[in-house]
Design a protein. Sequence first.
Length: 329
Amino acid sequence: FCRVDPYGFERPEDFDYASYEAFFSRYLVVLTRRAIKWSKLLKGNNSIQKSLKVKRYIRKGIPNEHRALIWMIVSGAQTNMEENPGYYHRLLEGEKNDKLLEAIRTDMNRTFPDNVKFRKTADPCLQHALYNVLVAYGHHNKAVGYCQGMNFIAGYLILITKNEEESFWLLDALIGRILPDYYSPAMLGLKTDQEVLGELVKMKVPAVAELMERHGVMWTLVVSRWFICLFIDILPVETVLRIWDCLFYEGSKIIFRVALTLIKQHQAFILEATNFPDICEKFKQITKGTFVTECHSFMQKIFTDPGSLSMATVNKLRETCREKLLSQG
């Protein structure tokens, strides 16, 4: 058995190879079929227009060999990169903020200690690329600078694109456009979205909302890492990448779909909790096991299980939750 997955992550001691093999042999058939369809769609000219067909294709998964390209195109990162030639390298050559560099350096060894490609002994060691992308981003977006969590996201982008400049522009697409204000110092967007999830759970899984309220468990305690790390280190790599496929195309409401699906699917299990620590433990458990490993069926579920969820609904909830937070502030 391979102790290291294709992305360089070491598998945990208790990794269930048997059920993973069973899943992957089925999934491989799907991937092969999707790859043929994607190649036809791209017809070697590396461009696509947004359309219902493309959206459907993306929901069914982007083959790894096309992933970086499709993310770049649908997120707008490609356009930004082409309109700003040399910008990334100028950021790296310009004046630096020492406090920012120190903060980034501190997090280097904490980023994916379980990934062989980020080890100092690796060749090439991806820590260098990661450091550059974060330094450039911190100087590009001074209002955000550097926040913990960004290192994991940039690290994943580097694993997929294998390209610093593309990773920089994808990070910019996520932080600047797709995720509303998650990483600003006050993290207002992040706090808002956790409250929004709470409201959506009230609407769609009321028994769980009631349990949380009864035991005084704030949503931020159980889901903040889901939002900050976009499910990195929470869900299996393949599943995270499939979620990101949709996130780059459809925007931040995908995060709510995933969260609601996890909660709804495990409603009975969560409701067995009888106290505060128990609830927190249950929320850790629901992100493990075959339900989340089987990324293909999981992704089908995120579009059916939570029912309809329009951007208009999300934005309306965001407004009321933001106002509430600001009035408490």
